[in-house]
Design a protein around this ligand. Structure first.
Ligand SMILES: *[C@@H]1O[C@H](CO)[C@@H](O)[C@H](O)[C@H]1NC(C)=O
Ligand SMILES: *[C@@H]1O[C@H](CO)[C@@H](O)[C@H](O)[C@H]1NC(C)=O
Ligand SMILES: *[C@@H]1O[C@H](CO)[C@@H](O)[C@H](O)[C@H]1NC(C)=O
Ligand SMILES: *[C@@H]1O[C@H](CO)[C@@H](O)[C@H](O)[C@H]1NC(C)=O
Ligand SMILES: *[C@@H]1O[C@H](CO)[C@@H](O)[C@H](O)[C@H]1NC(C)=O
Ligand SMILES: *[C@@H]1O[C@H](CO)[C@@H](O)[C@H](O)[C@H]1NC(C)=O
Ligand SMILES: *[C@@H]1O[C@H](CO)[C@@H](O)[C@H](O)[C@H]1NC(C)=O
Ligand SMILES: *[C@@H]1O[C@H](CO)[C@@H](O)[C@H](O)[C@H]1NC(C)=O
Length: 899
């Protein structure tokens, strides 16, 4: 019984889950008020979309109809896209259920017969697309209720006629697309239904048109733009068309692909009574243009003759085209060698601003070829086979009266620029001479006269040699591009760029440059884009570079984009990128960078894009990358051998997890290389949690390591200097603990010095020390053999004697070091005494040359413990014995203070 409520609960949950499931499984993409159900093989309109959608895309499905009942749920629809289905019929109620519909797209369906009822309620419709159906005829006024329609597309059907209705209608239509039908003629009656319409665009292209019957275009209220393309009109039908257009408002006529091989001086005559501004005659295999053919087009502004085979242009070809601003002659001249452009051919084009002559072949630029083009601003002569090998000071002399702003000579086979080659072009701002074969030293004179130049594009030439004066005459230059020009000699002083104060873009990439001077970019205060990629700059930044690293980027305060990829860089000095505070984009991909120095990027705080792809970066640590990652928006750092340990990668993984920056390829390109545990695994799978506790561990580790280190240092110190510590320790302890200080005054001692010596050295003492007593009455030694009282034990005697002697003399010999008494007791006691008293009470006399370590090993004393005047050496030479005695007396007489 207790199970029942539980079971019911489970069942309920399962049910709700199922319901949620099915609704979640609705495969349509719903974004705001748009439901996109395209490409889903739907056979029915989904009934579970939000009812307030305004756009529904049902295209590319298998719908065979648009049941009004199903659509009534979405009565706020503004756009309905139902193209690419198998719809053959429409329901009359469609627009009734969708009263707000503006766009109805039914292209690529199987509609063949329309009905008056289909669109009778579609008054709000603005756009109706019925292209690519099977409509053969429109025999009733199906569209007459479409009072607001602006676009009607019935292209790609089987219409025999342009007549889409009998009575006047579609008064707001702007665009009528009738292309790709079977219309073979147009009559006045055909277009009567448009008699109240101001049509912007009428497209009749790709119809088998044979006739334009009188008055056909005049039947249209007004017509702005007519396309009659790909119909093989030929010269005759073109002429008819033009005369039918006479007196209409047509402004744009597109006649391309019509096999119009020749234009007679009468062909376009009919256009005289129009205000035609645009004429497209491209792709017509046009070879001859009679003189004066365009005389009837005084209003023409745009003329395209692209892709034709014109044999010649004469001074009369363009006569009458006084208003043309844009002339497209791209690929328009015949391939035969005879085609030519006569001098003064363009002289009539007083208002021409833009002349495109790309992809042509003609004998050359003659002295007066461009004469008369007084308004010309843009001239493009790209990819022209015109034997332009050398540009001399006369090549462009015919343009001296124009105000040319831009000259494009890309791919024109130029190999040399002579002195003042462009001096006629005083207004020129943009000069493109890229992709040529220029192979020369730029002395500066070539560019002389370009007083207003702003852009020079020299990229992709054979071999440019710069000099310090190369750009002397073009100080107004803003963009200089010299990519892949085998630039040799860039280590010039002064720099070739020194005069270019206004330069903002410099591209010297792909040049294998290996040598540049530190001052190469000096003074380029406005430089904002610098492209140095694909060079060989690695050596300049190596610390091992003779003379030190070359900081060639200094002073570039305005730099925003810096490209240093593909340079073999394996080192970047910390100062290399200093001061580049405006930098937004730094690209250093495909180098060999591994360990970057801390604070390298400290000044690059406004960086938004960093590219370090394909380097040898193993760790991304905070002290290097912290500043640069702060405001970053795009990071490219894949294909590096990341070391996935807490120290190397923890900071980076944290950043990746929290940053909003875009990091393309994060899961596939950021792969751990080491340690073996993570090898081949995505950086994102690195277990960062394990590093969370590493901070206390780290401090612990540091403390431990420090302790061990200090300990080791102490051990080593003690090993070599321990005696000193021990000694001073004893001295200090004895002093502090207040051992009775032995009175230092002479009267308290019986002897001046107690002599400790090996038994075997007795005779030496007897002979060399005792005689001193006789010479000096005040001196009194304590000498065991002579002064010890009989009957007292030797130990006691020694202790007493030491106590009542002011100084203790060690006679140090090898025998002394071996003598057991001396070693074990006498020295020990004496030292003890000395410590109590003061260390200066000991005097060492060396008879043998005994190394310090031996002394230390045997009696734990070192020379360093004593003042130098307490260490005496018995001289080998007899003459010095007196001096020795004198030293000894001084030592015995000296104070016992251990200072
Ligand atoms: C549509 O209606 C749903 C609720 O039925 C509402 O959440 C949504 O915001 C509405 N969308 C629009 C575009 O009005
Ligand atoms: C629906 O999505 C397809 C691509 O899946 C896209 O081409 C189409 O433009 C989208 N339709 C609408 C109305 O946004
Ligand atoms: C146009 O086609 C119709 C029928 O296909 C034909 O009767 C008529 O003669 C054709 N007109 C021309 C000018 O070819
Ligand atoms: C057209 O050219 C012919 C000769 O080919 C000439 O006789 C006639 O005058 C020209 N017509 C015009 C309008 O220039
Ligand atoms: C051409 O333009 C002028 C001035 O705008 C106008 O008066 C004239 O009627 C136009 N011609 C035609 C044929 O539309
Ligand atoms: C062109 O250069 C030649 C010398 O190379 C000179 O004699 C001639 O005057 C120059 N012509 C012009 C137009 O500058
Ligand atoms: C010059 O021509 C080349 C090749 O056609 C083109 O890529 C370039 O954009 C042109 N330059 C200008 C300023 O139009
Ligand atoms: C550099 O630019 C400034 C500001 O645009 C301008 O005034 C100056 O004349 C330019 N210098 C040269 C040498 O063209």
């Amino acid at each position: 019984m207790t199970m029942l409520p539980f079971c019911v609960g489970m069942l309920f949950r399962l049910l709700t889950l199922c319901i949620l499931r099915t609704s979640a499984e609705n495969p349509c993409k719903i974004i705001q008020a748009t439901a996109n159900c395209s490409h889903l093989k739907l056979t029915k309109i989904p009934s579970d979309l939000p009812s307030n959608i305004t756009v529904l895309d049902l295209s590319h499905n298998q719908l065979n109809g648009l049941p009004a009942a199903n659509l009534s749920r979405y009565n706020q629809l503004v756009q309905l896209h139902a193209g690419f289905n198998v719809i053959a019929k429409l329901e009359p109620g469609l627009c009734q259920k969708l009263p707000q519909l503006q766009v109805l797209n039914l292209q690529h369906n199987e509609l063949n017969k329309l009905s008056e009822k289909y669109f009778s309620f579609c008054g709000y419709l603005l756009e109706l697309r019925l292209g690519n159906n099977r409509i053969k005829e429109i025999n009733r006024d199906f569209f007459k209720n479409l009072k607001n329609l602006r676009t009607l597309d019935v292209s790609h059907n089987n219409l025999q006629s342009a007549r889409l209705g009998s009575e006047q209608q579609l008064q707001n239509l702007q665009e009528l697309l009738l292309s790709f039908n079977s219309i073979n003629q147009t009559t006045k009656e055909d277009f009567h239904f448009l008699s109240n319409t101001s049509l912007e665009v009428l497209d009749l292209s790709n119809n088998p048109l044979k006739e334009f019957l009188p008055g056909c275009f005049h039947a249209i209220g007004s017509l702005n733009s007519l396309s009659v393309e790909n119909i093989n009109l030929g010269p005759d039908l073109t002429k008819t068309l033009c005369s039918e257009l006479s007196g209409t408002a047509v402004q744009s006529l597109r006649l391309s692909r019509n096999q119009l091989s020749r234009i007679y001086n009468t062909t376009l005559e009919g256009l005289l009574k129009t205000n035609l501004t645009i004429l497209d005659l491209s792709n017509n295999a046009l070879s001859e243009i009679d003189n004066g053919s365009f005389a009837s087009l005084p209003h023409l502004e745009y003329l395209s003759l692209e892709d034709n085979r014109i044999v010649q242009l004469t001074p009369q070809t363009f006569s009458g085209l006084s208003n043309v601003k844009f002339l497209n002659l791209r690929k328009s001249l015949g391939v035969s060698k005879h085609s030519q452009i006569h001098d003064f051919s363009f002289q009539q084009l007083k208002h021409l601003e833009n002349l495109i002559m790309d992809d042509n072949s003609f004998p050359g630029i003659t002295k007066n070829m461009f004469t008369g083009l007084i308004s010309l601003k843009y001239l493009s002569l790209c990819n022209c086979a015109i034997q332009l090998k050398t540009i001399t000071n006369t090549t462009f002399v015919s343009l001296a009266d124009s105000s040319l702003i831009s000259l494009n000579l890309t791919k024109s086979g130029i190999s040399k620029l002579q002195s003042e080659a462009f001096s006629s072009l005083r207004h020129l701002q943009v000069l493109e001479v890229g992709h040529n074969n220029i192979d020369q030293e730029l002395t500066g004179d070539e560019l002389k006269g370009l007083d207003n130049i702003e852009v020079i594009y020299l990229s992709y030439n054979k071999h440019l040699t710069l000099t310090s004066d190369s750009f002397r005459f073009v100080p107004s230059l803003k963009r200089l591009l010299m990519r892949r020009t085998t630039l040799s000699k860039l280590d010039l002083s002064p720099s070739p760029f020194h005069s270019l104060q206004n330069l903002t873009v410099l591209d010297v990439s792909n040049n294998n440059i290996a040598n540049i001077n530190e001052d190469i970019f000096d003074g380029l205060q406005k430089l904002s884009i610098l492209n140095l990629e694909h060079n060989n700059l690695a050596r300049l930044w190596k610390s091992a570079n003779p003379g030190g690293p070359v900081m060639f980027l200094k002073c570039l305060r305005s730099l925003q984009i810096l490209r240093l990829g593909f340079n073999g860089l394996d080192e970047i000095p910390v100062e290399a990128l200093k001061g580049l505070s405006q930098l937004k984009q730094l690209e250093m991909q495909s180098n060999m960078l591994n360990l970057l120095k801390p604070s390298l990027f400290d000044d690059e705080v406004s960086l938004s894009l960093l590219n370090l792809q394909k380097n040898l970066v193993t760790s991304v640590e905070k002290d290097v990358f912290g500043p640069i990652l702060k405001n970053l928006e795009n990071l490219y750092m894949g294909y590096n051998p990341f070391d996935c340990t807490c120290e190397s990668i923890s900071f980076f993984v944290n950043w990746l997890n929290t940053s909003n920056a875009s990091v393309p390829g994060l899961s596939s390109e950021y792969i751990c290389n080491t340690p073996s545990k993570y090898h081949g695994i995505s950086v994102m799978l690195f277990d960062n949690a394990a590093c969370k506790d590493s901070a206390p561990f780290r401090t612990l580790f540091i403390i431990n390591a420090s302790i061990v280190l200090v300990f080791m240092i102490m051990v080593i110190f003690i090993l070599f200097q321990g005696w000193r510590i021990q000694f001073y320790w004893n001295v200090s302890v004895n002093r502090i603990l207040g051992y009775k200080e032995v009175d230092r005054r002479r009267e308290h001692f019986t002897y001046d010095a107690y002599i400790i010596h090996a038994r075997k050295d007795t005779s030496w003492v007897d002979k060399n020390l005792l005689p001193l007593e006789k010479n000096d009455n005040f001196l009194k030694f304590c000498f065991e053999e002579r002064d010890f009282d009989a009957g007292i034990s030797e130990i006691e005697a020694i202790v007493n004697s030491v106590r009542i002697s002011r100084k203790i003399i060690f006679v140090v010999t090898y025998r002394f070091l071996k003598d057991p008494w001396c070693k074990r007791f006498k020295v020990h006691h004496a030292v003890h005494q000395a410590i109590e008293q003061s260390l200066d009470s000991i005097i060492l006399i060396f008879l043998d040359d005994i190394p310090d370590y031996k002394l230390n090993q045997t009696i734990c004393l070192r020379r360093g413990m004593f003042k130098s005047n307490c260490i005496l050496f018995w001289p080998a030479q007899k003459e010095r014995v007196n001096a020795f005695h004198q030293q000894l007396k001084v030592a015995i007489g000296s104070s016992n203070n251990a200072n």
